[in-house]
Design a protein around this ligand. Structure first.
Ligand code: PEP
Ligand code: MN
Length: 338
């Protein structure tokens, strides 16, 4: 349930409503918009016997039941787009963000070289996995903390903020010490302990859609993070598993406009995992931006043929630079900038 305050409702009226919500045993989340404030009533709100009691309170315009299971993530609760700060820009604003870098951090030279190259091409942030979720336990698992240190070094050298994956709740403090953005990968989208820990950290989170998850499940996972009062959440469509085998995943382009309509959170696309092949990354990226994505996260490697993970879908730096030029033109067509 959400309580929509009148335009011009006073701070005292808002506090009184919040106090009443808490008195009834619910959590209250305040969303302060440019025009009006909205109070989210979180908990089993069907148990509020008489929602109309709130409409009798001063400053309240109306009370609305939110029919979908996610509340804080919904557009109803927060009609304006949420803007998430990243490197002096805001994800979800007019400017398209470009996060680029290798699938995995492999060595000092590798990450520094790629970081400089993507920065030069116009990237907003650097990606790179230090803790890798691999299908096989025998595959490269990432450099762990050493990888985080190298990412921090690359940030110091280029000024690019760092996006890197965290796979366990217990590692959130360590990864948050180095990373600007905590990535929660597709395989962990429903790792609820991890979602709680990432939410509680108050760190910015990039939440990727699970490969077999519906959009509603993605929004429910975002809700876990938001329920900690952490609204720095960026969603990511990275392809879902279908019967198709010519690509690694099926890029669900629908997810971009559908999520934009249903949630206030920014949404970016990952054309690398969505296609699994570098030759399709440009097309998928152009489509994502045309469909309204707020940015891209793209795998870039200086020597894809020797990459320790995801070489087949990694762009060489010069191809990434070309991609930035293409995206710039598409962005213009949809009234955005790069
Ligand atoms: C990655 O970004 O390298 C990754 C493992 O992505 P996903 O979780 O989307 O598979
Ligand atoms: Mn990868």
């Amino acid at each position: 349930m959400i309580i929509i305050m009148q335009v011009g409702a006073t701070a005292a009226q808002i506090s009184a409503v919040i106090a009443r919500v808490k008195e009834l045993g619910f959590q209250a989340h305040l969303s302060e918009g440019e025009e009006r404030s909205i109070i989210g009533v979180i908990g089993e709100d069907r148990k509020v016997e008489d929602p109309d009691q709130f409409t009798l309170m001063e400053g309240v315009e109306r009370v609305m039941r939110v029919s979908h299971p996610y509340k804080l993530a919904s557009r109803e609760f927060h009609p304006q787009d949420t803007l998430v700060a990243l490197n002096g820009t805001k994800v979800g604003g007019k400017k398209i963000v470009l996060i680029a870098g290798p699938c995995s951090v492999e060595s000092r030279q590798q990450i520094l070289e790629i970081a400089h190259a993507v920065k030069e091409a116009g990237a907003t942030a650097l990606r790179g996995g230090a803790f890798k979720p691999r299908t096989s336990p025998y595959s490269f698992q990432g450099l762990g903390e050493k990888g985080l240190e190298l990412l921090a070094e690359a940030r110091a050298a280029t000024g690019l903020p760092v996006v890197t994956e965290v796979m366990e709740p217990g590692l959130v403090p360590l990864v948050a010490k180095y990373a600007d953005v905590l990535q929660i990968g597709a395989r962990n989208m429903q790792n609820y302990a991890l979602l709680h820990a990432a939410g509680a950290s108050q760190h910015t989170v990039l939440l990727k859609r699970g490969m077999m998850s519906t959009m509603e499940e993605l929004l429910m996972s975002a809700e876990y993070i938001l329920s900690h009062g952490n609204n720095r959440v960026i969603l990511c469509e990275r392809g879902i598993r279908t019967f198709e085998t010519y690509t690694r995943n099926t890029f669900d382009i629908n997810a971009i406009p559908v999520l934009k309509a249903r949630t206030h959170l920014p949404i970016i696309a990952d054309p690398s995992h969505a296609t699994g092949k570098w030759e399709y990354v440009h097309a998928a990226s152009r489509a994502a931006i045309a469909a309204g994505a707020d940015g891209l996260i793209v795998e870039v490697h200086n020597c894809p043929e020797q990459a320790l993970s995801d070489g087949a879908q990694s762009l060489r730096p010069e191809k990434f630079a070309q991609l930035v030029q293409q995206v710039r033109r598409i962005a213009e067509a949809v009234d955005r900038t790069v």
